[in-house]
Design a protein around this ligand. Structure first.
Ligand code: 9MR
Length: 386
């Protein structure tokens, strides 16, 4: 009777021994004590001669030179010590889920509230994490005073331009040297077959060059920060990602300081998997841009079953593999790591389960899948000889 050693990760990190019963030649060994879940889901066997997979995501990502990040909810960081511990242990990058958005930083005109954003920056410094800045210009979560002022005409187009330049300059300077990269403009294009620049107050009043201007202003405020555009539904090759590709090509040609393209990666199992993500990222890579998955989650209609669980593993891994296959893909960030705190159930009725850990911070198969890929994938900068 053999022994199969299975290390169960979790609060206790207990080592559990399951006896393996006698089996007919060629048949799979039978576990005489069945684990609570199938072994592929909750447990990781460390077998001699194989890489160790049960390590924090940040540790596994490091050998690829990849930052592994999460969005951070500052209220939760303050109130839930378990959440805090997981953020510091698992991740080498953090993105403020809301705290660096314009309405959070400047709720009243001219009065900045730096508190929660500064707290995240300090938390990241203490934990050896890099901060991904999100976001300078976005049609959502702009402050009410700005939207109202533009709508009632009390803010003119010329004044809006000054306000935008001032906002970008103030924020980027405040975090100079502390924020690795900025999503300078978020979600600039519309969806559908013929994407165009979104009809935001920025397009309406500043014209289509507002994107180039925003990048130049941000660059002047912190010449070392990497400047990204960022959007959803551009993970595969489609009209919207192609619109970004054309824009990026044009901006690079004009020597506008654009350094990276962010692919949010909000996937939903009811839609086709973006299997051509590697090819999509490759074309941005060839423009000399960094790439990153910036907000990955994979939602589905509850309750979960094994089909959905499997689909979720495949979806996370498809994006992670695309990143690892792309030389300049620098970061893979999940938009929340525990189902205890995820934006999904509040926005999509009946859907959830979108993150790699369950509501008790237990790793789901999706988490194990990410570990597997990170642990076993060859380092692209070594040993790739044919
Ligand atoms: O997760 C964020 C949620 O807490 C906010 O209520 C919401 C408001 O717009 O924004 C969510 O984050 C979004 C991100 O900033 C940009 N891409 C889409 C994300 C999910 O909506």
């Amino acid at each position: 009777m053999g022994k199969l050693r299975i290390v169960v990760a979790g609060a206790l990190a207990a080592t559990v021994l399951y006896s393996v019963g006698p089996s007919a030649a060629g048949a799979a060994p039978q576990l005489t004590a069945a684990p609570a879940r199938p072994a592929t889901g909750s447990s990781v066997a460390h077998l001699p001669g194989t890489p160790s997979t049960d390590l924090p995501l940040r540790t596994l990502a490091r050998k690829h030179g990849l930052g592994f990040g999460t969005a951070v909810d500052m209220d939760v960081l303050d109130s839930d010590p378990e959440y805090r511990e997981h953020v510091s242990r698992e991740f080498s990058a953090v993105t403020a889920e809301n705290a660096m958005k314009w309405e959070s930083l400047e709720p009243t005109r001219g009065e900045y509230n730096w508190g929660p954003a500064d707290e995240l920056v300090e938390f990241a410094r203490r934990n050896g994490q890099k901060v991904h800045g999100h976001t300078l210009i976005w049609h959502n979560q702009a402050p009410a005073w700005l939207n109202e002022g533009v709508a009632d005409g009390s803010i003119s187009s010329a004044e809006l331009r000054d306000i935008v330049r001032n906002h970008i300059t103030t924020v980027v300077k405040h975090f100079r040297g502390k924020v690795r990269a900025w999503d300078v403009v978020n979600e600039a294009f519309t969806d559908g077959d013929n994407p165009v620049l979104r009809d935001s107050i920025f397009l309406q009043h500043l014209g289509p060059n507002y994107i180039a201007d925003a990048l130049r202003w941000a660059h002047a405020a912190d010449p070392n920060a990497k400047l990204f555009l960022n959007d959803y539904a551009i993970d595969n090759i489609n009209p919207k990602s192609t619109a970004y590709y054309e824009l990026a090509k044009q901006l690079r040609k004009q020597r506008v300081p654009l350094h990276g393209m962010g692919f949010q990666g909000h996937l939903d199992l009811q839609y086709p998997l973006p299997i051509d993500a590697p090819q999509n990222l490759a074309r941005f890579d060839r423009l000399g841009l960094q790439t990153a998955f910036t907000e990955v989650d994979v939602r589905y209609f509850l309750p979960v079953d094994t089909y959905k669980e499997a689909g979720q593993v495949g979806s996370f891994n498809t994006l992670l593999q695309a990143c690892l296959l792309t030389p300049r893909c620098v970061m893979f960030t999940v938009w929340g790591f525990t189902d205890k705190y995820s934006w999904v159930p509040g926005w999509f009725e009946g859907q959830g389960g979108a993150t790699p850990m369950d509501e008790n911070f237990q790793p789901k198969p999706a988490y194990r899948g990410l570990q597997q890929v990170l642990a076993v994938a060859a380092d692209p900068n070594s040993r790739r000889g044919f």
